[in-house]
Design a protein around this ligand. Structure first.
Ligand SMILES: [Zn+2]
Ligand SMILES: [Zn+2]
Length: 107
């Protein structure tokens, strides 16, 4: 990451309280300056897209861009459609395979 970039904010506990910090550089936002954050640009924690840092985004400790939010919503919906109806206690092969994929990753 270059020195100047839209910070990749996440809300983390620190010894001086919960702060918005950038995971790509030493930047953090002091508590009394947080009012400056809404309206800024930030970098998505998932895909590195730049998005508008709005008060709605700040409700999450790991804010992500609109596209990732949508993708996450669709995935949850998809999962509910696929697995929601089954009341079986048996581990679902398909779900296990998917979990393994998430843990191992694509790389
Ligand atoms: Zn930064
Ligand atoms: Zn994203």
């Amino acid at each position: 990451m270059p020195m100047k970039h839209p910070h990749k904010y996440s809300h983390v506990k620190t010894p001086i309280g919960k702060l918005w910090v950038c995971s790509e550089c030493p930047h953090y936002m002091p508590k009394h300056m947080e009012f400056l954050l809404p309206g800024r640009k930030a970098t998505c924690n998932i895909c590195d897209n730049v998005y508008d840092f709005t008060p709605e985004k700040m409700e999450s400790d790991q804010p992500i861009c609109d596209e990732c939010e949508l993708a996450r919503k669709l995935r949850i919906q998809d999962r509910e459609e696929k697995y929601g109806q089954s009341n079986s206690d048996e581990p679902n092969e398909e779900m296990l395979a998917e979990l393994a994929k998430i843990v191992i990753g694509d790389k």
